[in-house]
Design a protein around this ligand. Structure first.
Ligand SMILES: C[S@@+](CC[C@H](N)C(=O)[O-])C[C@H]1O[C@@H](n2cnc3c(N)ncnc32)[C@H](O)[C@@H]1O
Length: 527
């Protein structure tokens, strides 16, 4: 029989190096589609070691949970870290979960090797590797959010995980099991986090690496409320460059590493340590910021947005925004997504302004919108600039009113995430206009936005100040309507005053806007 020597540990190989090596071998065998469907992106060793180093350990015996363990690189790095910092350590109990049967043979090899390695250092290691679904096996932990007198749960000193990330279908058993704990259409990683929050011992430590998307937006609101009822963030680590973190798996997600601990008798901790690095290479040279926890998490609001400034300047920006009580909602201003979905509306979209049988009105696309400027028409293949206004197309057209049009997507190369341009209804005589689906439009539902209001709001959204704030609360390149609905805004009169001043100066370029905003909010100390 031929033995695959690649799969056996090398002499003196550290268990974490071995887990990393087997992870690479497995990843090469597996297709990108397969990995994506299983949410399978292995943690690079440098990050695994960094996550492990965030934990503390003084006991003789500890228990670890590693849900979605892959080749076990996280729990193995944690065990190595404990061995190096705690000479008293005698016993480690590990419970790991992994559903991918093809991967299990690797996990079994790495955990068996860890056992051998630890026994050479006089540490007893017992482990259970469940080849079952972590979520379905832990329904009781999810039930515990609503049923305080439910079953007793197995709990752990440490829970370390890089959970799978993908959206679950509404009818998935896991979505059903997590009903009420996360929003209806859940991303599986938030369910892993919620379960972990329930399975932590009183002084336990939860260390997760996840996308940053849970930190804001209504989609994760229910999750945030439940999660932050159970735990506090002790440390949050952000990477400035998205490319570096999971580069070998071509993942461009903005990720966050969090260390959390259970709330102590229902009270919040006072401080949160926010660390950041450019990528993995400078993890030994962190930027650090200690922040009051109520600046980072909106404990008093139902939203529980997580603000994560990484520099003093960003901190001052968050502090400024947190003093504002306004929002689009409060000013009776709505934001909606353009109703024209091009592939369903080809019958109505026109390249040319002429049509004998119907009225033709403008159709605005993402590329028509730049900062404070709506350029139309712009000829581009398959991006007809006109749309028929007739009975059948009425449901996808909007009333010809004053709007602020805002791009819903920015590309990774765009300098700014928020790009908005005003549209004034007097530009045309028609009753309706078309707005394509990659744009949001901002308007007053019953009534209208006047010129100064639109210019003022447009200036704010296009400003560097708002762009920076938006990046602090959102790791995403998408600009969601819900997020903007609740974004803090300065007093209404101040928005109008900014608009009036810009109209008076008749200059709408970004330098003028930024200078005016610096003066209006007395930001000289920040910039
Ligand atoms: C993002 S990978 C991380 C793997 C490993 N922990 C690491 O850090 O390299 C998530 C792992 O969770 C596994 N997984 C996906 N769904 C799961 C489930 N419902 N229960 C347990 N494991 C699951 C995947 O097969 C994958 O190996």
């Amino acid at each position: 029989m031929k033995v695959n020597t690649e799969l056996t540990p090398k002499e003196m190989e550290l268990p974490s190096d071995y887990a990393d090596r087997l992870g690479l071998i497995y990843a090469k065998e597996s297709s990108d589609v397969d990995k994506k469907s299983k949410g399978q992106f292995f943690t690079p060793l440098a990050i695994a070691k960094f996550m492990a180093s965030m934990s503390t350990c003084q006991s003789e015996a500890v228990s670890i949970l590693d849900p979605g363990c892959g080749t076990g690189v996280l729990s193995i790095s944690l065990a190595e870290h404990f061995k190096s910092i705690n000479p008293e350590l005698k016993n480690i109990r590990l419970v790991a979960y992994e559903t991918d049967v093809k991967l299990i043979k690797y996990s079994q090899l790495t955990l068996a090797y860890l056992k051998e390695w630890l026994s050479q250092h006089n540490i007893k290691f017992e482990y259970i590797l469940h080849i079952t679904d972590f979520v379905l096996d832990n329904r009781d932990a999810l039930d515990a959010f609503t049923n305080l007198f439910g079953k007793k749960l197995d709990s752990f000193d440490y829970i370390i995980s890089n959970p799978p990330y993908f959206k679950l279908p509404k009818n998935d058993e896991k979505t059903k099991a997590a009903k009420g704990v996360v929003n209806g259409h859940a991303n599986i990683y938030s369910i892993f986090m919620a379960i972990a929050a329930q399975l932590l011992k009183t002084n336990g430590e939860l260390i997760f690496i996840t996308p940053r998307s849970f930190s804001s937006g209504s989609y994760f609101q229910v999750f945030r409320n439940n999660f932050f009822k159970k735990v506090d963030i002790i440390q949050a680590h952000l990477f400035h460059s998205r490319k570096d973190t999971f580069s070998r798996d071509k993942v461009l997600q903005e990720t966050i590493i969090m260390k959390c601990q259970p709330k102590t008798q229902g009270t919040n901790r006072n401080e949160i340590l926010v660390t950041s690095s450019s990528g993995t290479r400078d993890l030994d040279n962190l930027e650090t910021l200690t922040l009051p926890s109520n600046l980072v998490i909106e404990y008093d609001s139902a939203d529980k947005i997580v603000f994560l400034p990484t520099t003093q300047r960003e901190r001052e920006i968050v502090e400024l925004f947190r003093t504002w009580n306004g929002s689009l909602n409060k000013y009776n201003i709505q934001i909606s997504t353009g109703p024209v979905v091009a592939h369903r509306a080809w019958d109505y979209i026109q390249e040319q302004p002429q049509n004998e049988s119907s009225e033709i009105v403008p159709l605005f696309w993402l590329h028509n919108v730049s900062k404070m400027e709506l350029t139309w028409p712009i000829e581009k293949p398959n991006k007809g600039q006109y749309i028929k206004s007739e009975q059948k197309s009425r449901s996808i057209l909007i009333e010809n009113k004053n709007y602020l049009l805002l791009r819903r997507f920015s590309s990774k190369d765009d300098k700014s995430r928020l790009i908005a341009a005003p549209y004034f209804s007097n530009a045309i005589t028609a009753n309706f206009i078309g707005v394509e689906n990659k744009l949001n439009y901002i308007y007053r539902p019953k009534g209208h936005l006047d010129r100064a209001e639109i210019i003022g709001l447009g200036a704010l959204l296009n400003s560097t100040l708002f762009d920076q704030f938006f990046r602090i609360i959102n790791g995403n390149v998408n600009v969601s309507a819900t997020e903007l609905r609740f974004m803090p805004l300065p007093p209404h009169e101040q928005i109008i005053e900014i608009g009036k001043q810009l109209i008076l100066g008749n200059s709408f370029d970004n330098t003028t806007i930024n200078n005016l905003i610096i003066a209006s909010f007395e930001l000289e100390t920040i910039y």
